[in-house]
Design a protein. Structure first.
Length: 117
């Protein structure tokens, strides 16, 4: 299963970006889909996650500003990021877990988000 992420870029503080991540390959079912991020010198951290049933959870630092959603017809997960702050600067990675011929947990290639004036 391959993941293709897109949507990163440079944005000013207070701005918005929308990340997308599409899964392709021989997929039987998808369970959790999520976004993680890793800033320079820091560990990778969970930003947001959405289950197959639509339940979501967010890191405290992004609650009220970021929204995760999914389109099951397209095997795609989105991350709408509003009111961006410089501390949101990081490489963002998508993660998708499910079943193909066996259980899988795949990572996207990472997309850079830079929040700076």
């Amino acid at each position: 299963v391959q993941l293709q992420a897109s949507g990163g870029g440079l944005v000013q503080p207070g701005g918005s970006l929308r990340l997308s991540c599409a899964a392709s390959g021989s997929i039987f079912s998808i369970n959790n889909m999520g976004w993680y991020r890793q800033a320079p010198g820091k560990q990778r951290e969970l930003v947001a996650r959405i289950t197959s049933g639509g339940s979501t959870n967010y890191a405290d630092s992004v609650k009220g500003r970021f929204t995760i959603s999914r389109d099951n017809t397209k095997n795609t997960v989105y991350l709408q990021m509003n009111s961006l702050k410089p501390e949101d600067t990081a490489v963002y990675y998508c993660n998708v877990r499910g079943v193909s011929t066996k259980y899988f947990s795949s990572w996207g290639q990472g997309t850079q988000v830079t929040v700076s004036s």
